[in-house]
Design a protein around this ligand. Structure first.
Ligand code: 13P
Length: 255
């Protein structure tokens, strides 16, 4: 009955050095291989310099994939310091996180730019984890649905229905990221359900029912189970807790 993939993605953000990254990737791979039996997809999103070594360490575990945390919207060229979708793909990564609130907030990324980044990612064969979410002020003034609806529509609704088999949505309320404040399962479910209805209205039920919608924001072993038991929550995008192999694997098991 449930046709959607279950996904646990670890966003390492700007943390760890090479040795620590390799240790974490090896530990997660070993635990997933030894302990975890099931269909869930596991995604590790290390910083750019660690994509290749992390991919090498997990490539023999078929349900672990590697993601970048960002990419540049142009194909190639004189963009000093930037990283293209094709570079990421050739590193062995299969996914890219786009639209994280930290990119929107600190690097000025808006929905129009993100629509271009999504096109680049898809054109280069990557699967996109597109993040959206409201600030505390927006939630308190009752515009959450409007804000996330706009982020979804302006970022993604230029795509054909056929693109949606390589899109994952991640709802991350900004007030819950790194704060220890988690959305209640009901608050998260309400937004996930709203996003799925928006997808159904735009693309029809098949796309809406097949698209994984992840929750992010202070997911930990202690709250993962109750969040993931909500009907429209298909997994988690995990920050802090993904930096500890044991905690991240417990979250995977909660799927
Ligand atoms: P935390 O899990 O540390 O709150 O971070 C969530 C996040 O931003 C994942 O992308």
């Amino acid at each position: 009955m449930d046709m959607r993939k279950k996904i646990a993605a670890g966003n390492w953000k700007m943390n760890l050095d090479l040795e620590e990254a390799q240790k974490l990737a090896s530990e997660v791979a070993a635990m997933v291989k030894d302990e975890y039996i099931g269909q869930a997809e596991v995604i590790l999103a290390p910083p750019f310099p660690f994509l290749v070594p992390v991919h090498r360490l997990v490539s023999d575990v078929s349900n672990i994939h590697v993601a970048a945390q960002n990419l540049h919207e142009q194909e190639a060229g004189a963009y000093t310091g930037e990283v293209s979708a094709s570079m990421i793909k050739s590193s062995g990564a299969s996914h890219c996180i786009l639209g994280h609130s930290e990119r929107r907030q600190y690097f000025g990324e808006d929905n129009a730019l993100l629509a271009n980044k999504i096109d680049q990612a898809l054109a280069n064969g990557l699967t996109v984890i597109y993040c959206l979410g409201e600030t505390l002020e927006e939630r308190e003034s009752g515009v959450t649905a409007e804000v996330v609806g706009r982020q979804l529509a302006e970022g993604c609704f230029h795509l054909d229905a056929s693109a949606w088999n390589r899109l994952v949505i991640a709802y991350e309320p900004i007030w819950a990221i790194g704060t220890g404040l988690t959305a209640t399962p009901e608050q998260a479910q309400e937004v996930h359900h709203y996003l799925r209805i928006k997808l159904a209205t735009q693309y029809g039920d098949a796309v809406a029912q097949a698209t994984p919608i992840l929750y992010g924001g202070s997911v930990k072993p202690a709250n993962a189970g109750v969040l993931f038991s909500q009907p429209d929550i298909d997994g988690g995008l995990v920050g802090g807790a993904s930096l500890k192999a044991r905690d991240f694997v417990e979250i995977i098991k909660a799927l």
